[in-house]
Design a protein around this ligand. Structure first.
Ligand code: GLA
Length: 384
């Protein structure tokens, strides 16, 4: 991938350039908790986007080349605006716009990028594109933006240019990931620690349903609003509740009578998912993978029935995995409505599980799953 990008940069632009890599992420548990100021447990992975970036020599004009889409796009920094929804350009334009908005000065640049994070898989290729762009621009123009601010600028790019009111998990994981460690992040005060991931008997396997989330961004924003509605009601009963993170199950049980049935389910899910993150970390710390797996199973059911972010393909895949003795537990991973399941599988049984699942999935949906092997990697970095 690096050679391809270098060659394209030389062919298109020539001159000096930097090379940067930005990883995708997995999330062990803690889904849709980040924008509720809760807890998440992600890790950066080996699947990544790589960038070659250099100065265009002009104050204003920039050119982007996406090798994977085989598209070139030129724009002026003085005329930044979002492209139509779902355009890859928005993640890059959004980051440039947020950097400028923060009071820094950019000059024209050229950027070539390519990646191997499966799109629509829930592995955050968008966060990798944002964080990699931000890091590249920071290096190229020596802007001295801290990593944490780069995370926040990237998140705002997603809000304001891609139109998804995402939480901070994906960008945080892409930026702060550490090889062989998961990140335990408190999305309220952004404190975090690194949690060693050596599972010994089991391994983590992603299975891509190859169903992508067309509903995902609209439903995502709706979930966020429903949680905010819940917080409003909780606030009428108890003081000091600014997010679902601040609410206990006991408080929820008192306030819920004033919530619609849907909002009740959403709030219950988030409050309990935060508890599940803590329980999961405890089980993993004690190397009790059976206990950890059973928490994944509970999370899957809650995502299906309470938060309602799964889909028939994902439910089938998770149920299939969760009915087997060689799987400690499985659940959908990421924003929802498709993407991957995360499976905690006995090491020697990975091949058998994948092939059995594939046969069953094909029979049911006439489609294949794609298994994705995971290496836990470092966050965004300069290659050279
Ligand atoms: C998407 C968002 C994240 C997070 C997850 C769900 O990946 O970008 O902020 O909310 O969904 O956990």
């Amino acid at each position: 991938m690096t050679e391809k990008i270098k060659n394209k940069y030389k062919e298109f632009f020539g001159g000096e350039y930097l090379l940067v890599r930005a990883p995708g992420r997995i999330n062990l548990i803690g889904e849709h908790t980040d924008y509720n100021e809760g807890f998440v447990f992600p890790a950066a992975v080996g699947q990544e986007i790589q960038f070659a970036i250099g100065k265009s020599g002009d104050e204003d004009s920039c050119t982007l080349v996406s090798l994977d889409y085989d598209e070139t796009f030129s724009f002026n920094l003085s005329e930044l605006k979002p492209e139509p929804p779902d355009s890859w350009q928005n993640y890059i334009l959004g980051v440039a716009a947020e950097i400028i908005k923060s009071g820094r000065k950019l000059q024209g640049f050229n950027l070539v990028f390519s990646g191997n994070i499966p799109l629509g898989s829930g592995m955050s290729s968008s966060a990798a594109l944002e964080c990699g762009t931000c890091f590249s621009l920071n290096e190229l123009f020596e802007l001295e933006i801290s990593k944490l601010e780069m995370v926040k600028l990237s998140q705002m790019a997603e809000h304001n240019y891609a139109g998804v009111k995402c939480g901070i998990m994906d960008q945080f994981a892409s930026m702060f990931g550490s090889k062989n460690h998961a990140l335990r992040l408190d999305c309220k005060d952004l404190s975090y620690d690194y949690f060693p991931l050596n599972l010994e008997t089991h391994t983590l396997v992603l299975c891509n349903s190859n169903v992508s989330h067309s509903l995902a961004s609209s439903q995502y924003n709706i979930r966020r609003q429903q949680c905010e509605e819940g917080v409003k009601v909780l606030n009428q009963h108890f003081s000091g509740i600014n997010s679902l993170r601040d609410a206990s199950l006991e408080q929820f049980n008192v306030a819920k009578r004033d919530m619609s049935e849907v909002v009740q389910r959403r709030c219950k899910y988030v409050i309990e998912e935060n508890i599940r993150v803590a329980e999961f970390a405890k089980a993993l710390g004690a190397n009790n993978l059976i206990a950890a797996g059973s928490i994944l199973k509970k999370a899957q059911v809650a995502m299906r029935d309470e938060y309602e972010i799964t889909c028939p393909e994902i439910d089938f895949m998770a149920d299939f995995a969760n009915s087997r003795d060689d799987i400690a537990g499985a659940r959908m991973m990421g924003g929802g409505f498709g993407g991957c399941t995360l499976n905690l599988v006995i090491m020697e049984h990975v091949e058998g599980f994948i092939s059995d699942l594939n046969v069953a999935y094909q029979e049911k949906f006439d489609k294949e799953i794609t298994p994705i092997r995971i290496d836990v990697a470092n966050g965004v970095s300069l290659i050279s």
